[in-house]
Design a protein around this ligand. Structure first.
Ligand code: ARG
Length: 427
């Protein structure tokens, strides 16, 4: 009986403790209001548990509240990268990465990249393709609180045709890789691509990613040639939609971009060779452009050292400059822009280096920050819960030393990170 009473009392205390509201007041010297495109001075943010309760210049501080004084800092919403491959990055030997690694090797390391990404100020990512369902395991472990990382929205397998950017090219056909059925993402024909979408969704995909055109970091000949027919793209997008998922198309080439936009994708990834007609079409359909305009820098300086064949480096030389010029044209035409870097092409945690390039090629600093917050949240479909610092949303909040509107590179050194109300970094 005594034991029963003791247990009941303990349980009662535990319940009270659990229900208790943990309040935090963040004092922000400057606060970036991404919804209105303005910078507010001396604001207070009241965070209770995982959510934002109030934002105002004066809040009556609840007496149990913890104060976080960021009055010398600029506070902004947690950043969102709409195109990562958070589970891996080049290991330094192109062929060893292809032939000697399994998804298990990848899984062992992935948590390190997740932590680096969050500590760089990225509280959410849309992860666009990973081997062996490592992305889903990582996302679930983060959501469980087992490991530290951003909120992840994951694509599972990249869907691509035989010989495409998503397939393995340039090697002897006598080498056979026996991925279990559905796990390679290679699918041909309307029925098979629909089946692959279902397989991905069944295994936890939040978003569907497919290859509309050829790519750079793969050995097939073209960079921009379409790799699915219009019928196949239509089937992928409509199947995804049926399951309540948006589709993202890897597309460098002008023709493939237009085909994917017509099929109804939510975003064009890379968009390197987009033409005037493609820009108009994207604008008319409200399709987001997610262009990895930093990567050319890293690939041209590092990828030969990482053992990548000249064939790939030459493709990059062909595409990199045009991608930036066309990005600028799309920005000037008013195409919707969301921030996405293809992180994993370069070391994880460097995501914010792209801001500088986005502002060099047409976006204002505020526009670049909006691309990585409110627009990114809109594209992913999480605008109700994140993407701005507003009552009712999750407390995804970061701070930097200087005002990024005057000095965009300050975003490369994030000093404070809160995700879902939990502080992960506070320098
Ligand atoms: N994953 C992309 C591809 O292989 C990376 C492109 C990088 N180059 C660039 N200029 N953005 O196609």
């Amino acid at each position: 009986m005594r034991k029963f009473i003791t247990t009941s009392i303990l349980l009662l205390f535990a319940t009270i403790g659990f229900c208790q509201n943990k309040s935090t007041i963040i004092k922000a010297g400057k606060l970036i209001d991404v919804e209105n495109g303005t910078v507010l001075l001396n604001q207070m943010i009241w965070v209770r548990n995982d959510s934002i309760i109030q934002v105002a210049n004066k809040i009556n501080i609840p007496k149990e509240a913890t104060i976080i004084d960021l009055s010398k800092y600029t506070v902004l919403p947690g950043l969102i990268d709409c195109h990562t491959h958070i589970t891996s990055q080049p290991g330094g030997d192109y062929y060893a990465d292809i032939f000697r690694k399994t998804p298990v090797d990848v899984a062992i390391i992935a948590h390190i990249y997740a932590k680096k990404t969050l500590e760089a100020g990225f509280t959410s990512v849309r992860d666009l393709g990973s081997a062996g369902l490592v992305d889903i395991a990582l996302r679930n472990a983060i959501n469980n609180g087992d490991i530290v990382g951003p909120n992840m929205y994951a694509a599972t397998m990249f869907i691509g045709s035989t010989g495409s950017h998503g397939d393995l090219n340039g090697f002897s056909p006598y080498l056979e890789f026996n991925a279990p059925k559905g796990m390679s993402g290679v699918a041909n024909g309307v029925d098979a691509v629909r089946a692959q979408v279902r397989f991905n969704v069944k295994n936890g995909a939040d978003v569907i990613k497919f290859g509309a055109s050829a790519g750079v970091l793969s050995e097939e000949e073209s960079v921009g040639g379409p790799q699915y027919s219009q019928e196949e793209m239509d089937a992928i997008v409509s199947e995804a939609k049926m399951w309540g998922k948006k589709a993202a198309a890897h597309a460098h080439g002008a023709e493939a971009i237009k085909m994917a936009v017509k099929a109804g994708v939510a975003s064009i990834e890379h968009g390197s060779l987009v033409d005037a007609e493609g820009i108009q079409l994207m604008k008319a359909k409200g399709t987001y452009l997610v262009s990895d305009v930093y990567d050319d820098e890293y690939i041209l300086s590092e990828y030969s050292k990482l053992g990548y064949p000249d064939k790939i480096i030459n493709k990059e030389k062909m595409v990199g400059k045009l991608q930036r010029e066309n990005f600028q044209k799309a920005v000037e035409a008013g195409v919707k822009i969301a921030f996405g870097t293809d992180a994993g092409v370069y070391p994880h945690g460097w995501n914010a280096r792209q801001f500088k390039w986005m502002t060099r090629f047409g976006l204002s600093p505020m526009g670049a920050i909006q691309a990585a917050t409110i627009n990114a949240a809109d594209l992913i479909g999480i605008k109700e819960k994140t993407g701005s610092i507003k009552a009712g949303k999750k407390a995804d909040i970061i701070a930097v030393a200087n005002n990024p509107i005057d000095e965009i590179s300050t975003l490369e050194q994030v000093q404070f990170v809160m995700k879902n109300g939990v502080v992960y970094k506070n320098n």
